[in-house]
Design a binder for this molecule. Structure first.
Ligand SMILES: [Zn+2]
Length: 250
């Protein structure tokens, strides 16, 4: 969480063009008949600086929410495919004693509000952002990686920043879908701020909501306020998360 409602994104690049270049490099030349599929990717990382496009919306029952990105219609949010589980791996290098309980509760809260299926599938020793330019492994998109880390490893966690979170999107047939993401938690900072793990739980919920597609709002009644002290969803958070879980299968 930072003091700024901001969004950072990398310029879209064509994965297909890159793949074809590598192939040509390996095989010599030829391959002129390869059809380059219209596909591009990018990353949305609201806690890492630069401007956001999130338009704040009023929730029907009160409260507010904002999406990090919308489709070309300007209304439908960019989201994960709700018909596929969102897989998660955890780097436990700096995990506090209550890390499992914090993760379990945050995941349960996100699932409850969004209707999405989040699956913690294992651990990893890969450092944070190791795969920033390499979001696929041999079997498909990498799982979302949650890293218990510190400001020595991730300089952007210095100061009051408790966590960072964002996702990578891919665009096919004019529809963008988030496919993998990354969360970095400042473990020593969160332990120091403590309160029985409630601070860490609230920060992880906030970062998971960024990963799924929610932007900051300037409303202290919502967990998506950039400096929210909450560890529970506000009314707008819930409306936004429910919409992200209801976009229809990709
Ligand atoms: Zn944030």
């Amino acid at each position: 969480m930072t003091g700024q409602g901001v969004s950072w994104r990398r310029d879209p690049r064509s994965r297909a063009v890159l793949a074809v270049s590598v192939l040509l490099g390996l095989l010599g030349v030829l391959m002129a008949w390869i059809v380059i599929a219209p596909e591009s990717t990018g990353t949305v990382f609201p806690d890492r600086g630069s401007a956001t496009s999130g338009e704040t919306r009023a929730a029907p029952g009160g409260g507010s929410y904002a999406f990090l990105q919308t489709q070309a219609d300007g209304a439908t949010p960019v989201a994960y495919d709700p018909c596929t589980p969102v897989r998660i791996v955890v780097n436990e290098r700096r995990a506090p004693d209550d890390a499992d309980a914090v993760l379990r509760r945050a995941v349960a809260e996100v699932e409850d509000a969004s209707g999405l299926d989040l699956q913690v599938v294992g651990t990893t020793t890969d450092p944070p952002l190791a795969h920033e330019d390499d979001p696929e492994d041999g079997e498909g998109w990498r799982p979302v990686q949650i890293s218990w880390t510190d400001a020595d490893e991730v300089a952007e966690l210095e100061g009051r920043v408790g966590g960072l979170g964002g996702s990578t999107w891919v665009e096919r047939d004019d529809r963008r879908t988030y496919v993998t993401g990354e969360i970095m938690l400042d473990a020593p900072d969160l332990v120091r701020r403590g309160n029985g793990g409630d601070v860490a739980t609230g920060v992880l919920m906030h970062e998971l909501a960024h990963v799924l597609g929610l932007d900051h709002v300037d409303d202290l009644g919502e967990l998506m306020h950039p400096s929210s002290p909450r560890d529970a969803w506000g009314p707008g958070d819930r409306v936004g998360l429910a919409a992200l879980g209801a976009v229809g299968c990709a």
